[in-house]
Design a protein around this ligand. Structure first.
Ligand code: FEO
Length: 604
Protein backbone atom coordinates (compact mmCIF):
# COMPACT_ATOMS: atom_id res chain seq x y z
CA UNK A 1 0.00 0.00 0.00
CA UNK A 2 1.31 3.41 -1.00
CA UNK A 3 1.35 6.15 1.64
CA UNK A 4 3.41 8.59 -0.42
CA UNK A 5 5.58 8.13 -3.50
CA UNK A 6 8.44 6.86 -1.29
CA UNK A 7 6.65 5.49 1.77
CA UNK A 8 4.94 2.08 1.61
CA UNK A 9 2.83 0.16 4.10
CA UNK A 10 4.02 -3.38 4.86
CA UNK A 11 1.92 -4.16 7.95
CA UNK A 12 -0.27 -7.21 8.64
CA UNK A 13 -3.77 -7.95 9.93
CA UNK A 14 -4.38 -10.37 12.80
CA UNK A 15 -7.80 -12.05 12.93
CA UNK A 16 -6.67 -14.97 15.08
CA UNK A 17 -5.80 -13.02 18.22
CA UNK A 18 -8.07 -13.71 21.21
CA UNK A 19 -7.03 -10.87 23.53
CA UNK A 20 -4.76 -7.98 22.55
CA UNK A 21 -2.01 -7.41 25.12
CA UNK A 22 -3.53 -10.35 27.00
CA UNK A 23 -6.67 -8.49 28.06
CA UNK A 24 -8.44 -6.44 25.39
CA UNK A 25 -11.15 -7.99 23.24
CA UNK A 26 -10.63 -7.06 19.58
CA UNK A 27 -13.73 -8.23 17.69
CA UNK A 28 -12.50 -6.51 14.55
CA UNK A 29 -9.01 -8.02 14.81
CA UNK A 30 -5.79 -6.04 15.08
CA UNK A 31 -3.30 -4.47 12.68
CA UNK A 32 0.46 -4.41 13.30
CA UNK A 33 1.73 -1.63 11.08
CA UNK A 34 5.15 -1.39 9.54
CA UNK A 35 6.43 0.90 6.80
CA UNK A 36 9.33 1.30 4.39
CA UNK A 37 10.83 4.68 3.44
CA UNK A 38 12.58 4.28 0.07
CA UNK A 39 15.21 6.85 -0.88
CA UNK A 40 18.94 6.79 -1.65
CA UNK A 41 18.99 4.79 1.57
CA UNK A 42 16.08 2.63 2.73
CA UNK A 43 14.63 2.59 6.23
CA UNK A 44 12.20 0.03 7.62
CA UNK A 45 9.94 1.37 10.38
CA UNK A 46 9.47 -1.37 13.03
CA UNK A 47 8.70 -5.07 12.59
CA UNK A 48 5.47 -6.96 13.44
CA UNK A 49 4.11 -9.64 15.77
CA UNK A 50 5.90 -13.01 15.67
CA UNK A 51 2.91 -14.83 14.17
CA UNK A 52 3.34 -12.85 10.94
CA UNK A 53 7.08 -13.12 10.29
CA UNK A 54 6.85 -14.59 6.80
CA UNK A 55 3.97 -12.45 5.63
CA UNK A 56 5.81 -9.32 6.78
CA UNK A 57 9.15 -10.35 5.26
CA UNK A 58 7.39 -11.11 1.95
CA UNK A 59 5.79 -7.67 1.95
CA UNK A 60 9.09 -6.05 2.86
CA UNK A 61 10.89 -7.91 0.10
CA UNK A 62 8.23 -6.91 -2.45
CA UNK A 63 8.57 -3.22 -1.56
CA UNK A 64 12.38 -3.36 -1.49
CA UNK A 65 12.24 -4.55 -5.08
CA UNK A 66 15.66 -6.21 -4.96
CA UNK A 67 17.34 -3.59 -2.77
CA UNK A 68 18.73 -4.24 0.70
CA UNK A 69 17.42 -2.20 3.64
CA UNK A 70 19.96 0.18 5.21
CA UNK A 71 18.21 0.82 8.51
CA UNK A 72 15.67 -0.74 10.83
CA UNK A 73 14.16 2.03 12.96
CA UNK A 74 12.88 0.52 16.23
CA UNK A 75 10.41 2.95 17.76
CA UNK A 76 8.90 0.64 20.36
CA UNK A 77 10.07 -2.62 21.91
CA UNK A 78 6.75 -4.21 22.85
CA UNK A 79 6.77 -7.59 21.08
CA UNK A 80 3.79 -6.85 18.82
CA UNK A 81 6.29 -4.62 16.96
CA UNK A 82 9.73 -5.88 17.93
CA UNK A 83 9.36 -9.67 17.65
CA UNK A 84 11.14 -9.87 14.29
CA UNK A 85 14.15 -7.64 14.98
CA UNK A 86 16.55 -10.57 15.33
CA UNK A 87 15.15 -12.37 12.28
CA UNK A 88 15.48 -9.15 10.27
CA UNK A 89 19.02 -8.58 11.53
CA UNK A 90 20.07 -12.09 10.48
CA UNK A 91 18.40 -11.81 7.08
CA UNK A 92 19.91 -8.39 6.37
CA UNK A 93 23.33 -8.46 8.10
CA UNK A 94 24.39 -5.12 6.64
CA UNK A 95 21.40 -3.21 8.00
CA UNK A 96 21.95 -0.89 10.96
CA UNK A 97 19.51 -0.88 13.89
CA UNK A 98 18.40 2.61 14.97
CA UNK A 99 16.72 3.09 18.38
CA UNK A 100 16.94 4.84 21.73
CA UNK A 101 19.50 3.71 24.32
CA UNK A 102 16.65 2.32 26.44
CA UNK A 103 15.39 0.29 23.47
CA UNK A 104 18.80 -1.39 23.05
CA UNK A 105 18.72 -2.39 26.72
CA UNK A 106 15.30 -4.00 26.20
CA UNK A 107 16.63 -5.72 23.03
CA UNK A 108 19.33 -7.30 25.17
CA UNK A 109 16.60 -8.65 27.48
CA UNK A 110 14.61 -10.17 24.64
CA UNK A 111 17.33 -11.27 22.21
CA UNK A 112 20.55 -11.51 24.27
CA UNK A 113 22.21 -8.86 22.09
CA UNK A 114 22.09 -5.08 21.90
CA UNK A 115 23.59 -5.01 18.41
CA UNK A 116 26.63 -3.03 19.67
CA UNK A 117 28.51 -3.52 16.39
CA UNK A 118 25.72 -2.32 14.10
CA UNK A 119 23.60 0.28 15.77
CA UNK A 120 22.87 3.99 16.02
CA UNK A 121 21.58 5.31 19.35
CA UNK A 122 19.34 8.33 18.81
CA UNK A 123 18.21 11.09 21.14
CA UNK A 124 15.55 13.77 20.95
CA UNK A 125 16.03 15.94 17.84
CA UNK A 126 18.69 13.71 16.20
CA UNK A 127 18.35 13.29 12.45
CA UNK A 128 19.14 10.54 9.97
CA UNK A 129 19.35 11.52 6.29
CA UNK A 130 18.20 8.91 3.75
CA UNK A 131 18.58 11.19 0.70
CA UNK A 132 15.92 13.79 0.18
CA UNK A 133 14.06 12.27 3.16
CA UNK A 134 15.53 13.27 6.51
CA UNK A 135 14.24 11.45 9.57
CA UNK A 136 14.06 13.45 12.79
CA UNK A 137 13.58 11.55 16.05
CA UNK A 138 11.25 12.63 18.84
CA UNK A 139 11.63 10.83 22.17
CA UNK A 140 8.30 9.86 23.77
CA UNK A 141 9.21 8.13 27.05
CA UNK A 142 6.23 6.38 28.73
CA UNK A 143 3.94 6.76 25.73
CA UNK A 144 3.54 4.08 26.87
CA UNK A 145 6.92 2.31 27.40
CA UNK A 146 10.15 4.07 28.44
CA UNK A 147 12.13 3.47 25.23
CA UNK A 148 9.60 4.88 22.76
CA UNK A 149 10.67 7.23 19.99
CA UNK A 150 8.64 8.69 17.18
CA UNK A 151 10.01 9.64 13.78
CA UNK A 152 9.21 12.66 11.65
CA UNK A 153 9.98 12.53 7.95
CA UNK A 154 10.73 16.14 7.08
CA UNK A 155 10.36 15.59 3.33
CA UNK A 156 6.88 14.03 3.20
CA UNK A 157 5.86 15.60 6.55
CA UNK A 158 4.87 12.23 7.97
CA UNK A 159 4.88 11.50 11.69
CA UNK A 160 5.52 7.82 12.49
CA UNK A 161 3.81 7.92 15.86
CA UNK A 162 4.57 4.51 17.43
CA UNK A 163 1.52 3.38 19.47
CA UNK A 164 0.06 6.90 19.70
CA UNK A 165 -2.99 7.51 17.47
CA UNK A 166 -3.47 3.75 17.21
CA UNK A 167 -6.75 1.89 17.50
CA UNK A 168 -8.10 -1.61 17.81
CA UNK A 169 -9.21 -3.28 14.56
CA UNK A 170 -7.61 -4.86 11.52
CA UNK A 171 -7.24 -2.67 8.44
CA UNK A 172 -9.06 -5.08 6.12
CA UNK A 173 -12.26 -4.77 8.19
CA UNK A 174 -14.68 -1.83 8.14
CA UNK A 175 -15.15 -0.35 11.59
CA UNK A 176 -18.75 0.88 11.41
CA UNK A 177 -18.17 3.13 14.42
CA UNK A 178 -15.44 5.12 12.68
CA UNK A 179 -12.08 5.91 14.24
CA UNK A 180 -12.79 7.43 17.63
CA UNK A 181 -14.65 4.65 19.45
CA UNK A 182 -11.99 1.96 19.28
CA UNK A 183 -9.18 4.55 19.38
CA UNK A 184 -10.60 5.85 22.67
CA UNK A 185 -10.91 2.37 24.16
CA UNK A 186 -7.32 1.70 23.04
CA UNK A 187 -6.06 5.01 24.44
CA UNK A 188 -7.63 4.74 27.89
CA UNK A 189 -6.84 1.06 28.19
CA UNK A 190 -3.22 1.21 27.14
CA UNK A 191 -1.97 4.79 27.36
CA UNK A 192 -4.50 6.36 29.78
CA UNK A 193 -2.18 6.37 32.79
CA UNK A 194 0.38 8.46 30.92
CA UNK A 195 -1.60 11.63 30.20
CA UNK A 196 1.22 14.02 31.32
CA UNK A 197 3.71 12.25 29.03
CA UNK A 198 1.27 12.46 26.10
CA UNK A 199 0.82 16.17 26.84
CA UNK A 200 4.61 16.62 26.69
CA UNK A 201 4.68 14.77 23.40
CA UNK A 202 1.87 16.89 21.92
CA UNK A 203 3.87 19.96 22.91
CA UNK A 204 6.93 18.60 21.06
CA UNK A 205 5.13 17.66 17.84
CA UNK A 206 2.89 20.74 17.94
CA UNK A 207 5.52 22.74 16.08
CA UNK A 208 5.91 20.21 13.26
CA UNK A 209 4.10 20.54 9.95
CA UNK A 210 2.39 17.12 9.94
CA UNK A 211 0.41 16.01 6.86
CA UNK A 212 0.17 12.28 7.66
CA UNK A 213 0.27 10.20 10.85
CA UNK A 214 1.49 6.61 10.50
CA UNK A 215 0.76 4.78 13.78
CA UNK A 216 1.75 1.22 14.67
CA UNK A 217 -1.91 0.16 14.91
CA UNK A 218 -5.02 1.30 13.06
CA UNK A 219 -5.39 3.34 9.91
CA UNK A 220 -2.94 5.85 8.47
CA UNK A 221 -4.42 9.29 9.19
CA UNK A 222 -4.23 11.81 6.37
CA UNK A 223 -7.15 14.20 6.58
CA UNK A 224 -8.49 16.47 9.29
CA UNK A 225 -5.50 15.78 11.57
CA UNK A 226 -6.71 18.51 13.94
CA UNK A 227 -9.59 16.20 14.89
CA UNK A 228 -7.27 13.40 16.03
CA UNK A 229 -4.80 15.75 17.73
CA UNK A 230 -7.72 17.52 19.44
CA UNK A 231 -9.09 14.25 20.86
CA UNK A 232 -5.62 13.25 22.07
CA UNK A 233 -5.35 16.60 23.80
CA UNK A 234 -8.72 16.10 25.55
CA UNK A 235 -7.95 12.50 26.53
CA UNK A 236 -4.44 13.16 27.82
CA UNK A 237 -5.51 16.19 29.83
CA UNK A 238 -8.34 14.13 31.43
CA UNK A 239 -10.80 16.70 30.16
CA UNK A 240 -14.47 15.89 29.53
CA UNK A 241 -15.09 14.89 25.93
CA UNK A 242 -18.90 14.77 26.05
CA UNK A 243 -21.61 15.74 28.51
CA UNK A 244 -23.17 12.55 29.86
CA UNK A 245 -23.45 10.03 32.67
CA UNK A 246 -21.84 6.59 32.85
CA UNK A 247 -23.50 4.07 35.17
CA UNK A 248 -21.28 1.09 36.01
CA UNK A 249 -22.88 -1.59 38.14
CA UNK A 250 -22.79 -5.13 39.42
CA UNK A 251 -25.91 -6.95 40.47
CA UNK A 252 -26.24 -10.40 42.00
CA UNK A 253 -29.99 -11.03 42.08
CA UNK A 254 -31.21 -8.16 39.91
CA UNK A 255 -32.24 -5.61 42.57
CA UNK A 256 -29.25 -3.32 41.99
CA UNK A 257 -29.80 -3.68 38.25
CA UNK A 258 -33.44 -2.66 38.69
CA UNK A 259 -32.31 0.48 40.53
CA UNK A 260 -29.79 1.27 37.79
CA UNK A 261 -32.40 0.89 35.06
CA UNK A 262 -34.79 3.16 36.95
CA UNK A 263 -32.08 5.74 37.46
CA UNK A 264 -31.10 5.60 33.78
CA UNK A 265 -34.72 6.30 32.79
CA UNK A 266 -34.91 9.22 35.23
CA UNK A 267 -31.63 10.68 33.97
CA UNK A 268 -32.84 10.52 30.37
CA UNK A 269 -36.17 12.06 31.34
CA UNK A 270 -34.19 14.73 33.21
CA UNK A 271 -32.55 15.85 29.96
CA UNK A 272 -29.18 14.10 30.27
CA UNK A 273 -27.87 14.00 26.68
CA UNK A 274 -26.23 10.58 27.06
CA UNK A 275 -26.61 7.80 29.61
CA UNK A 276 -24.26 4.84 29.22
CA UNK A 277 -24.94 1.74 31.33
CA UNK A 278 -22.45 -1.12 31.85
CA UNK A 279 -22.85 -4.41 33.72
CA UNK A 280 -19.27 -4.83 34.92
CA UNK A 281 -19.59 -8.60 35.29
CA UNK A 282 -20.95 -9.20 31.80
CA UNK A 283 -20.03 -6.32 29.50
CA UNK A 284 -16.61 -5.29 28.24
CA UNK A 285 -14.93 -3.50 31.16
CA UNK A 286 -12.54 -1.44 28.97
CA UNK A 287 -15.67 0.03 27.31
CA UNK A 288 -16.82 1.15 30.75
CA UNK A 289 -13.36 2.62 31.48
CA UNK A 290 -13.52 4.48 28.17
CA UNK A 291 -16.99 5.86 28.97
CA UNK A 292 -15.98 6.89 32.50
CA UNK A 293 -13.25 9.07 30.97
CA UNK A 294 -15.43 10.25 28.10
CA UNK A 295 -18.34 11.65 30.13
CA UNK A 296 -18.37 14.04 33.07
CA UNK A 297 -20.44 12.11 35.62
CA UNK A 298 -20.15 8.56 36.92
CA UNK A 299 -22.57 6.50 39.00
CA UNK A 300 -21.16 3.39 40.69
CA UNK A 301 -23.72 0.85 41.85
CA UNK A 302 -22.78 -2.34 43.64
CA UNK A 303 -23.52 -4.79 46.40
CA UNK A 304 -21.79 -5.13 49.72
CA UNK A 305 -19.68 -8.28 49.53
CA UNK A 306 -17.45 -9.87 52.16
CA UNK A 307 -17.88 -6.69 54.17
CA UNK A 308 -16.58 -4.56 51.26
CA UNK A 309 -17.63 -4.38 47.60
CA UNK A 310 -18.30 -6.81 44.78
CA UNK A 311 -15.04 -7.92 43.07
CA UNK A 312 -15.83 -6.59 39.56
CA UNK A 313 -16.53 -3.15 41.04
CA UNK A 314 -13.25 -3.21 42.95
CA UNK A 315 -11.39 -4.05 39.73
CA UNK A 316 -13.23 -1.31 37.84
CA UNK A 317 -12.39 1.40 40.35
CA UNK A 318 -8.76 0.25 40.35
CA UNK A 319 -8.78 0.49 36.53
CA UNK A 320 -9.86 4.12 36.93
CA UNK A 321 -7.55 5.15 39.73
CA UNK A 322 -4.45 3.65 38.16
CA UNK A 323 -5.22 5.72 35.05
CA UNK A 324 -5.40 8.97 37.07
CA UNK A 325 -9.19 9.31 37.03
CA UNK A 326 -10.02 12.94 37.80
CA UNK A 327 -12.15 16.01 37.04
CA UNK A 328 -15.48 14.18 37.34
CA UNK A 329 -18.63 13.98 39.52
CA UNK A 330 -19.16 10.57 41.14
CA UNK A 331 -22.30 9.18 42.81
CA UNK A 332 -22.97 5.88 44.56
CA UNK A 333 -25.72 3.29 44.82
CA UNK A 334 -25.07 0.63 47.44
CA UNK A 335 -27.01 -2.52 48.17
CA UNK A 336 -26.79 -4.92 51.11
CA UNK A 337 -29.28 -7.42 52.45
CA UNK A 338 -28.70 -6.42 56.09
CA UNK A 339 -25.96 -3.78 56.34
CA UNK A 340 -25.08 -1.94 53.10
CA UNK A 341 -21.63 -0.39 53.29
CA UNK A 342 -20.35 -0.47 49.70
CA UNK A 343 -20.64 3.31 49.22
CA UNK A 344 -18.09 4.14 51.91
CA UNK A 345 -15.62 1.63 50.42
CA UNK A 346 -16.07 2.94 46.88
CA UNK A 347 -15.67 6.52 48.07
CA UNK A 348 -12.50 5.63 49.98
CA UNK A 349 -10.99 4.07 46.85
CA UNK A 350 -11.57 7.31 44.92
CA UNK A 351 -10.57 9.79 47.61
CA UNK A 352 -6.98 10.08 46.32
CA UNK A 353 -8.15 11.15 42.85
CA UNK A 354 -7.78 14.78 41.82
CA UNK A 355 -10.77 17.06 41.50
CA UNK A 356 -13.53 14.53 42.15
CA UNK A 357 -16.84 15.90 43.38
CA UNK A 358 -18.98 13.36 45.22
CA UNK A 359 -22.73 13.71 44.76
CA UNK A 360 -24.64 14.78 47.85
CA UNK A 361 -27.21 12.02 47.39
CA UNK A 362 -26.32 8.35 47.84
CA UNK A 363 -28.85 5.59 47.24
CA UNK A 364 -28.97 2.93 49.95
CA UNK A 365 -30.87 -0.24 49.04
CA UNK A 366 -31.44 -2.84 51.73
CA UNK A 367 -32.06 -5.95 49.64
CA UNK A 368 -34.69 -4.55 47.29
CA UNK A 369 -35.95 -1.12 46.29
CA UNK A 370 -38.60 0.33 48.58
CA UNK A 371 -40.25 3.70 49.08
CA UNK A 372 -37.18 5.17 50.80
CA UNK A 373 -34.62 4.01 48.25
CA UNK A 374 -36.91 4.96 45.34
CA UNK A 375 -37.07 8.48 46.79
CA UNK A 376 -33.26 8.48 47.07
CA UNK A 377 -33.01 7.45 43.41
CA UNK A 378 -35.26 10.35 42.46
CA UNK A 379 -33.20 12.78 44.56
CA UNK A 380 -29.97 11.53 42.95
CA UNK A 381 -31.46 11.83 39.46
CA UNK A 382 -32.60 15.39 40.24
CA UNK A 383 -29.14 16.31 41.53
CA UNK A 384 -27.31 14.84 38.52
CA UNK A 385 -29.65 16.45 35.97
CA UNK A 386 -30.07 19.80 37.75
CA UNK A 387 -28.24 21.75 35.05
CA UNK A 388 -29.89 20.06 32.05
CA UNK A 389 -32.69 21.72 30.23
CA UNK A 390 -35.88 19.70 30.51
CA UNK A 391 -38.70 20.08 28.02
CA UNK A 392 -41.39 22.21 29.64
CA UNK A 393 -45.02 21.07 29.82
CA UNK A 394 -45.77 23.92 27.44
CA UNK A 395 -43.19 22.68 24.93
CA UNK A 396 -44.46 19.12 25.25
CA UNK A 397 -48.02 20.31 24.67
CA UNK A 398 -46.86 21.80 21.36
CA UNK A 399 -45.71 18.39 20.14
CA UNK A 400 -48.37 16.29 18.45
CA UNK A 401 -46.83 12.84 17.94
CA UNK A 402 -49.40 12.11 15.25
CA UNK A 403 -47.56 14.61 13.02
CA UNK A 404 -44.83 11.97 12.76
CA UNK A 405 -47.30 9.61 11.08
CA UNK A 406 -47.57 12.10 8.21
CA UNK A 407 -43.95 11.52 7.21
CA UNK A 408 -43.84 9.22 4.18
CA UNK A 409 -41.97 5.92 4.51
CA UNK A 410 -41.47 2.77 2.49
CA UNK A 411 -41.19 -0.66 4.08
CA UNK A 412 -38.21 -2.93 3.64
CA UNK A 413 -36.77 -6.27 4.67
CA UNK A 414 -33.10 -5.96 5.65
CA UNK A 415 -31.24 -9.21 5.07
CA UNK A 416 -27.94 -9.90 6.82
CA UNK A 417 -25.81 -12.85 7.89
CA UNK A 418 -24.02 -13.19 11.23
CA UNK A 419 -21.50 -15.71 9.89
CA UNK A 420 -23.59 -18.71 10.92
CA UNK A 421 -27.11 -17.93 9.76
CA UNK A 422 -29.12 -15.54 7.64
CA UNK A 423 -31.41 -12.99 9.21
CA UNK A 424 -34.09 -10.58 8.06
CA UNK A 425 -35.95 -7.73 9.71
CA UNK A 426 -38.48 -5.07 8.75
CA UNK A 427 -37.45 -1.40 8.73
CA UNK A 428 -39.05 1.78 7.44
CA UNK A 429 -36.46 4.51 8.12
CA UNK A 430 -34.56 4.37 4.81
CA UNK A 431 -33.70 7.12 2.37
CA UNK A 432 -31.29 7.97 -0.37
CA UNK A 433 -29.24 10.60 1.43
CA UNK A 434 -27.08 11.75 -1.50
CA UNK A 435 -26.57 11.03 -5.18
CA UNK A 436 -22.91 11.85 -5.65
CA UNK A 437 -21.50 9.82 -4.04
CA UNK A 438 -24.60 7.67 -3.85
CA UNK A 439 -25.39 7.08 -0.19
CA UNK A 440 -28.32 5.29 1.42
CA UNK A 441 -29.17 6.00 5.07
CA UNK A 442 -30.66 3.01 6.91
CA UNK A 443 -31.80 3.37 10.53
CA UNK A 444 -32.12 0.23 12.66
CA UNK A 445 -33.32 -0.09 16.25
CA UNK A 446 -30.25 -0.84 18.37
CA UNK A 447 -32.13 -3.58 20.23
CA UNK A 448 -32.59 -5.54 17.01
CA UNK A 449 -30.19 -8.37 16.28
CA UNK A 450 -29.86 -6.97 12.75
CA UNK A 451 -28.24 -3.84 14.20
CA UNK A 452 -25.62 -5.98 15.91
CA UNK A 453 -24.96 -7.99 12.74
CA UNK A 454 -24.56 -4.90 10.57
CA UNK A 455 -22.14 -3.42 13.11
CA UNK A 456 -20.10 -6.63 12.99
CA UNK A 457 -20.16 -7.26 9.24
CA UNK A 458 -20.65 -3.83 7.61
CA UNK A 459 -22.97 -5.18 4.91
CA UNK A 460 -26.68 -5.67 4.29
CA UNK A 461 -29.26 -6.13 1.56
CA UNK A 462 -32.20 -3.77 1.38
CA UNK A 463 -35.25 -5.54 -0.11
CA UNK A 464 -37.98 -3.10 -1.17
CA UNK A 465 -41.40 -4.54 -0.29
CA UNK A 466 -44.16 -4.16 -2.87
CA UNK A 467 -47.89 -3.74 -2.27
CA UNK A 468 -48.28 -7.49 -2.88
CA UNK A 469 -46.64 -8.32 0.46
CA UNK A 470 -49.17 -9.91 2.82
CA UNK A 471 -49.29 -9.37 6.57
CA UNK A 472 -47.54 -12.72 7.09
CA UNK A 473 -44.31 -11.19 5.69
CA UNK A 474 -44.39 -8.61 8.47
CA UNK A 475 -45.10 -11.26 11.08
CA UNK A 476 -42.31 -13.44 9.74
CA UNK A 477 -39.56 -10.81 9.65
CA UNK A 478 -40.84 -8.18 12.05
CA UNK A 479 -42.40 -9.86 15.06
CA UNK A 480 -39.68 -12.32 16.10
CA UNK A 481 -35.99 -11.83 16.81
CA UNK A 482 -33.22 -13.44 14.76
CA UNK A 483 -31.50 -14.10 18.09
CA UNK A 484 -34.21 -16.65 18.86
CA UNK A 485 -35.18 -18.14 15.50
CA UNK A 486 -33.72 -18.89 12.10
CA UNK A 487 -36.07 -16.90 9.85
CA UNK A 488 -34.83 -18.61 6.68
CA UNK A 489 -34.74 -22.20 7.94
CA UNK A 490 -35.89 -24.59 5.22
CA UNK A 491 -36.36 -21.83 2.61
CA UNK A 492 -34.88 -21.84 -0.88
CA UNK A 493 -33.03 -18.56 -1.24
CA UNK A 494 -31.23 -16.45 -3.82
CA UNK A 495 -28.04 -14.55 -3.03
CA UNK A 496 -26.49 -11.39 -4.40
CA UNK A 497 -22.74 -10.98 -5.03
CA UNK A 498 -22.09 -9.98 -1.41
CA UNK A 499 -23.29 -13.43 -0.32
CA UNK A 500 -26.46 -12.16 1.37
CA UNK A 501 -29.99 -13.28 0.59
CA UNK A 502 -32.18 -11.09 -1.59
CA UNK A 503 -35.93 -11.61 -1.68
CA UNK A 504 -37.56 -12.03 -5.07
CA UNK A 505 -41.08 -12.58 -3.74
CA UNK A 506 -43.17 -9.60 -2.58
CA UNK A 507 -40.31 -7.22 -3.39
CA UNK A 508 -39.81 -5.00 -6.43
CA UNK A 509 -36.07 -4.28 -6.05
CA UNK A 510 -33.05 -4.94 -3.86
CA UNK A 511 -29.88 -3.02 -3.09
CA UNK A 512 -26.67 -4.50 -1.67
CA UNK A 513 -25.15 -1.99 0.73
CA UNK A 514 -21.78 -1.52 2.35
CA UNK A 515 -21.56 0.54 5.55
CA UNK A 516 -19.35 3.62 5.20
CA UNK A 517 -20.26 5.37 8.46
CA UNK A 518 -22.41 4.76 11.49
CA UNK A 519 -24.03 7.34 13.74
CA UNK A 520 -25.50 6.52 17.14
CA UNK A 521 -28.86 8.28 17.27
CA UNK A 522 -29.98 6.98 20.67
CA UNK A 523 -32.67 4.34 20.16
CA UNK A 524 -31.47 3.68 16.59
CA UNK A 525 -28.16 3.49 14.78
CA UNK A 526 -27.96 5.13 11.37
CA UNK A 527 -25.82 3.34 8.79
CA UNK A 528 -24.71 5.49 5.89
CA UNK A 529 -24.03 3.05 3.07
CA UNK A 530 -22.61 2.88 -0.43
CA UNK A 531 -24.28 0.65 -3.02
CA UNK A 532 -22.36 -2.37 -4.29
CA UNK A 533 -25.19 -3.88 -6.36
CA UNK A 534 -28.81 -2.97 -7.14
CA UNK A 535 -31.53 -4.54 -9.26
CA UNK A 536 -35.18 -3.87 -10.14
CA UNK A 537 -37.16 -7.13 -9.94
CA UNK A 538 -40.58 -6.03 -11.22
CA UNK A 539 -42.77 -2.96 -11.69
CA UNK A 540 -45.17 -3.53 -8.79
CA UNK A 541 -45.72 -0.44 -6.68
CA UNK A 542 -43.64 0.02 -3.50
CA UNK A 543 -45.39 -0.68 -0.19
CA UNK A 544 -45.60 2.54 1.82
CA UNK A 545 -46.18 2.72 5.53
CA UNK A 546 -49.57 4.35 5.03
CA UNK A 547 -50.58 1.64 2.50
CA UNK A 548 -49.59 -0.96 5.06
CA UNK A 549 -51.66 0.78 7.73
CA UNK A 550 -54.74 1.08 5.50
CA UNK A 551 -54.66 -2.15 3.51
CA UNK A 552 -52.38 -4.80 5.00
CA UNK A 553 -52.38 -4.56 8.76
CA UNK A 554 -55.40 -6.30 10.29
CA UNK A 555 -57.52 -4.08 12.50
CA UNK A 556 -56.56 -4.51 16.14
CA UNK A 557 -58.90 -7.07 17.64
CA UNK A 558 -61.72 -5.59 19.66
CA UNK A 559 -59.91 -5.09 22.93
CA UNK A 560 -61.14 -7.10 25.78
CA UNK A 561 -61.88 -5.29 29.00
CA UNK A 562 -58.77 -4.18 30.87
CA UNK A 563 -57.73 -6.50 33.67
CA UNK A 564 -57.60 -3.47 35.94
CA UNK A 565 -60.24 -0.86 34.96
CA UNK A 566 -58.24 1.85 36.77
CA UNK A 567 -55.38 1.42 34.26
CA UNK A 568 -55.15 3.17 30.90
CA UNK A 569 -54.42 1.24 27.72
CA UNK A 570 -52.47 1.95 24.53
CA UNK A 571 -52.43 -0.17 21.39
CA UNK A 572 -49.45 -0.63 19.07
CA UNK A 573 -50.68 0.58 15.69
CA UNK A 574 -48.22 -1.74 13.97
CA UNK A 575 -49.02 -5.12 15.52
CA UNK A 576 -51.96 -4.58 17.87
CA UNK A 577 -50.11 -5.28 21.12
CA UNK A 578 -51.89 -3.64 24.08
CA UNK A 579 -49.95 -1.89 26.85
CA UNK A 580 -51.73 -1.38 30.15
CA UNK A 581 -50.53 1.03 32.85
CA UNK A 582 -50.73 4.50 34.34
CA UNK A 583 -48.65 6.13 31.62
CA UNK A 584 -46.99 4.83 28.46
CA UNK A 585 -43.23 5.39 29.06
CA UNK A 586 -41.70 7.68 26.41
CA UNK A 587 -38.98 5.11 25.66
CA UNK A 588 -41.35 2.12 25.62
CA UNK A 589 -40.62 -0.46 22.92
CA UNK A 590 -43.37 -2.83 21.77
CA UNK A 591 -42.31 -6.28 23.00
CA UNK A 592 -43.92 -7.90 19.96
CA UNK A 593 -42.82 -5.85 16.95
CA UNK A 594 -40.20 -3.61 18.62
CA UNK A 595 -41.79 -0.37 17.44
CA UNK A 596 -41.42 2.67 19.72
CA UNK A 597 -43.95 4.45 21.93
CA UNK A 598 -44.73 6.89 19.10
CA UNK A 599 -46.41 4.00 17.24
CA UNK A 600 -48.90 3.47 20.10
CA UNK A 601 -52.22 5.26 20.45
CA UNK A 602 -54.63 5.41 23.39
CA UNK A 603 -57.21 2.61 23.19
CA UNK A 604 -60.12 4.37 24.81
FE1 FEO B 1 1.52 -1.84 20.11
FE2 FEO B 1 2.73 -0.94 22.95
O1 FEO B 1 2.64 -2.12 21.53
Amino acid sequence: MRITEDIRYIGVNDHEIDLFEGQYEVPLGMAYNSYVVRDYKTAVMDTVDRNFTHEWLDRLSAELDGRKPDYLIVQHMEPDHSANILTFAKLYPEAVIVASAAAFRVMNNYFGTDFADRRIIVNDGDTLPLGKHVLQFVTAPMVHWPEVIMTYDKYDKVLFSADAFGKFGALDTVDPEGWACEARRYYFGIVGKFGPQVQTLLGKVGGLDIRTICPLHGPVLQEDLGYYLGLYNIWSSYDVENEGITIAYTSVYGHTKEAVEKLADMLKAGGCPKVSVTDLARDDMPEAVEDAFRYNKLVLATTTYNGEIFPFMRTFIEELTERNYQNRTVAFIENGSWAPQAAKHMRKMLEGCKNIRFAENTVRIVGALNETSNAQLKALADELTAEYEKPSAEDLAKQDPKALFKIGYGLYVLTTNDGKKDNGCIVNAVMQASSSPSRIAVCVNKQNYTHHIIQQTGKLNLNVLSVEAPFSVFQEYGFVSGRAVDKFAGKTVERSDNGLIFLDQYCNAYLSLKVEEETDLGSHGMFLCSITESKVLNSTETMTYSYYQSNVKPRPPKAEKAADPAKKRWVCTVCGYIYEGDELPADYICPLCKHPASDFEPLE
